[in-house]
Design a protein around this ligand. Structure first.
Ligand code: HEM
Ligand code: 2DC
Length: 432
């Protein structure tokens, strides 16, 4: 069978001009990912490709394919994903977490607690964090005065995601000819993203050239890439821009969900706090050491991403025939793993509606269950940064505050290209 078709009865879905096969079990995900070769490809979001073609900008790793993707990705992995990068990241990310706590304490000052929708605060926290590891310096977004430029960047990323969704399944050729309101807004959003990222990149480049920074200082992921001199500067810029944009809404929304779940499960919150405080006593405050003995903390993030994945699906184009649910799927088929659906399937996760980080700590293998960051060589490039950032944030918060939620309303999920809460999440931080 060379093509998908009704005569083969393949479970398929048509999205505009795109056809895909959809799977929802860990077993099928295992089959799919085990058959992926050295150059895995996912669905390339057409408006993102169209923007770069329109403005004649190079693709970063997010949109590159084939060998060009692989060689660049391997170089980026060394700086951003390798375990060897962790000791460098921990102090940088921990410092931003501490600043958030300081700010929260100040905000709690008068009334004794800090309540509200923390989205904006968390966007700033996330941007400050990712910039600290990318550029090795601080923007100062957790101060009282926030640079309007940083604020514009944050708004541009949200607008970029938001305007992608309605154009998601239009073919790029059509998109380029489009002069619609949505397309123009989308172009504006990316323009703002590239403009702000370029300014940050230029600063680092200039400092390095003028040797304003000693080699001892942390030069950041960007500085290391420039000093290594193995990638053309234009490619470095493209991927660093992607990382800066990819580091805002993803971790901030996940942290918001994590805090909501912990507020609704005070027992879990207490257990987690006990783990963190015990780890702190043992490690004498050494954050890197603490991270080695906080299993429940890691499980909490997995559990949060199970119920609230950032990506509604993972996708791969098959390169060889695979058998899924007794169907022969030909090479070149777009297959989607329904991450959101799988996370809430009682056959995969018993009592799926319950927030139970402990389920990740039970004995036995858990193959292809924790897929929040994707899988294999094409998995999330920012995974290490994101995990450390979120773990350190939650550590600092739990050491200092009780997390409460004011309302008992159910909060749903909506698709804004990434999955986000369908209404504002109201939280309270109460100093311990
Ligand atoms: C790709 C999730 C944070 C940069 C991805 C993918 C997922 C994902 C599911 C697709 C992986 C695949 O196809 O197997 C997440 C989640 C995050 C997060 C859940 C946080 C909670 C970040 C951060 C950055 C980032 C902080 C930047 C520092 C990227 C990039 C790619 C990617 C560049 C494309 C990689 C490639 O194609 O080679 N992410 N992400 N992400 N992510 Fe993340
Ligand atoms: C959106 O049907 C729904 O991590 C589509 O940091 C399939 C699809 C393809 C690629 C996914 C996308 C969905 C959601 C957002 C993801 C993206 C790959 C990377 C991106 C998951 C599921 C994200 C958020 C990156 C974004 C980096 C960008 C800002 C430069």
């Amino acid at each position: 069978p060379a093509r998908l078709g009704a005569d083969f009865g393949v479970p398929r879905e048509k999205l505009g001009t795109y056809e895909s096969v959809n799977i929802v079990t860990p077993g099928d995900a295992a089959t799919l990912f085990q058959a992926e070769g050295a150059l895995p490809e996912r669905f390339r979001v057409p408006p993102w490709v169209a923007y770069r073609d329109f403005r004649n900008k190079p693709y970063g790793v997010l949109l590159k394919t084939g060998e060009a993707w692989r060689s660049e990705r391997l170089l980026l992995n060394k700086e951003a994903l390798a375990p060897a990068a962790v000791p460098g990241f921990v102090p940088l990310l921990s410092a931003v977490g501490e600043d958030f706590v300081r700010r929260a304490r100040a905000q709690a000052g008068l009334s004794g607690c800090w309540s509200g929708d923390f989205s904006q605060e968390l966007f700033r926290f996330a941007l400050e964090s990712v910039c600290h590891v990318l550029y090795g310096g601080r923007l100062g977004l957790l101060q009282d005065f926030v640079q309007p430029e940083a604020q514009r960047f944050i708004e541009a990323v949200s607008r970029m995601f938001h305007t992608t969704a309605p154009m998601l399944y239009l073919p790029p050729a059509l998109l380029r000819r489009l002069r619609s309101h949505t397309w123009r807004q989308h172009v504006q959003a990316w323009d703002a993203i590239f403009y702000q990222a370029d300014k940050c990149i230029q600063n680092v480049y200039r400092d390095l050239r003028l040797q304003r920074k000693s080699r001892q200082e942390h030069v950041g992921i960007l500085g290391n890439l420039i000093l290594r001199d193995k990638l053309p500067l234009d490619d470095i810029r493209a991927s660093v821009t992607e990382m800066m944009a990819g580091g805002v809404d993803t971790t901030s929304m996940t942290l918001q969900w994590a805090m909501l779940e912990l507020a609704r499960a005070p027992g879990v919150q207490e257990q987690l706090r006990a783990e963190v405080l015990a780890a702190k006593r043992e490690a004498g405050g050494d954050r890197e050491k603490m991270l080695k003995s906080t299993r429940l903390l890691k499980a909490t993030i997995k559990e949060t991403l199970r119920l609230h994945p950032v990506a509604v699906t993972l996708q791969r184009y098959t390169t060889q025939e695979v058998i899924l649910q007794d169907y022969r799927i030909p090479p070149g088929t777009l297959v989607q793993v329904g991450l959101y659906a799988m996370g809430r399937d009682p056959a995969v996760f018993p009592r799926p509606e319950r927030f139970l980080p402990q389920r990740w700590l039970q004995a036995g293998p858990k193959p292809f269950l924790g897929l929040g960051f994707g899988f294999g060589p094409r998995q999330c490039l920012g995974r290490r940064v994101a995990e450390l950032e979120m773990q350190l944030f939650l550590m600092h918060i739990l050491e200092n505050f009780k997390i409460e939620t004011m309302r008992a309303v159910e909060i749903g999920t909506k698709f804004d290209l990434i999955l986000v809460p369908d209404q504002p999440i109201q939280l309270t931080l109460r100093p311990l």
